[in-house]
Design a protein around this ligand. Sequence first.
Ligand SMILES: [Zn+2]
Ligand SMILES: [Zn+2]
Length: 712
Amino acid sequence: MARTDDRQASVSAVEADGTTGRRYARVALDVPIAPCFDYLVPPALDGRIAAGDWVLVPWGRGRKIGIVLGLADTAEIAAEKVRPIMGRVDEAPPSSSAWLELIDFTARYYHRHPGEVMLPAVPKLLRTPPSARQRKESAFARARKRFVAPAGSPSPDMAAAPGLKPAQAEALAALEQGEGFGVFLLHGVTGSGKTEVYLRFIASRLAADPIAQVLVLVPEIALTPQLAERVRARFPGEPIAILHSGLAEGERAASWLAVADGRARILVGTRLAVLAPVPGLAGIIVDEEHDPSYKQQEGVHYSARDLAVLLASQRRIPVVLGSATPSAETWQAARTGRYRLLTLPERASGAPAPRIEVLAIDRDMPPDGLAEAARAAIAEVLADGGQALVFLNRRGYAPVLACGQCGWLSRCDDCSAYRVLHRVAQRRPQAAGGARFRLVCHHCGGEQAVPRGCPACGDTDLRPVGRGTQRLEEALAQTFPEARIARLDRDVARRRGAAEAMLDAVHGGEVDLLVGTQMLAKGHDFQRLRLVVVADPDGALFAADFRAPERLFATLMQVAGRAGRFARDGRVLVQTRFPGEPLFAALQAHDFAGFADRMLAERREAGLPPFGHQALLRTEAAAPDDALGFLGAARDALLAILAATPELAAHVRCFDPVPMPVARLAGRERAQLLVESGSRPLLHRALSRWLPELDGLAGRSRWQLEVDPSEI
Ligand SMILES: [Zn+2]
Ligand SMILES: [Zn+2]
């Protein structure tokens, strides 16, 4: 009855003032308190506002630019509190229904609000209202001016293009023949010529339609310039936009807008580029599709690889996933024929694959961490004028500092982790006596000076335990005093231009011995590199995360691929205390398929992805009991939902809450609760019923849900 009364009341109001009822717009705004707010559509804009439109709205005493998610006849807040929209941003590119669908799907799939997906996908500069001073020229006008298309022919420059090997030609033919939606796995080792196939695929997509656009995703910012350079060389007349989080705001706005306007026909970018509006999208490439960097780790935890596949199906276009070591998910899809497998079996240069040897080592190693055979191999390569690389995926000087007397260890005060000993770069090295060190927590960033004596017993016998890249570099300098040594890791790369300078030195032949982390493994072509020594991969063998071996295999294949990419006698030595591990045997045989098929069999047995689907509820609180208490209540709520629906109960499994691997971070206690199901739709149905209950249970704990978590 109340409903009828309301309706009558509103009808009479309309009759009374003679207008056609009030219209409200749900506007996505970038503010921390909520992802969207209701605004009144003023009479002047009536009929001129639709979902996807950009609008200027009042916010407190200021103004904000937001995007309309939808229109409604009722407001979610009291009607008298609703303020009117100030204007429509006519310069903004029209939001296509395809883009709105993508945003909507992403929000539904990751169980987030569409506003939380949409606003971060738009460059900040474009959603900042102009100040009075800037009125003359808007951010849009400036961004449009800034993006300059190159002059020249839009057809590809094939002068320097290498000829195709038969496998490349076959792969390309398959890509070009495909019509409509199709997912292609381009599986090929480092140097097998995947990039050449990408370039020709781009050319064929662009040639087919004058408004066609192609999206190229790369896993890391550091890799965008290299690929963009190759694309630019091939398409000298084609406007190319670059998008990643490392760009200055102005550049990012210019690139984004050029793509949204259709002026840039090629977009090269990192994961965030998948959410850019690309009206003429005709093809997608995801390079190194297995790379964990495709998973966003803040805000909405989306997988750009998975969204790229979705986007391709939505737009009915082909998507190419390239990798030497595809993810378990992709490999399984290729094995079952859901994705089409295109294999590039050989190196395009014709060089044979590097020889991989496994060296058994003991726990006690000399200071340089090298087995005798590895040291001899390096000496031989150096004597011959070649380059060698020692790979250690651990930055800093030593992972922990210990007291030789009482066993004190350099734990972080705020995290359940050790602070890592770091040698600090000195401005005036000659001024101070010897190197300076600090203890740094890699989780919270907390730092402290190295204590003179042990904080527990006062003894001065404090020793670094273990080895990071800095210590390795130091020890190698003693073992090979003649060699010119350079190091690359995140600490070096943090200094502006340092990584580029180091790589230039390597390419210029000024470096004999390279030391570094994963940063060295990806994408670089070192012409003189003939030997790679993997110093200590064992930590990743027994990590708690079930994806750790998959990642280790990918990293080792990648770093091995650096050796002898151009030489005929490339060699890789892997030092391990566990030489019998099947992972190393597969690596030695360059047998990804063997490794992956065994891994998939294990996953199938255990019901793990890609055979099972997961969601992880994470929480943090000041006290461990609060975190675990909330998750306990959350689990009970889920169990009640499952009990009420036999179909869900039969297929959805809820685990017990547990502290996270690094349970304490920056002073907050963290815990997690895993939900698993063999059926994706049933998992999502359970989640949609469960999530609305969580805020009521959380109390002071903060929580977030991650669908398809990348790390557990
Ligand atoms: Zn002590
Ligand atoms: Zn810490």
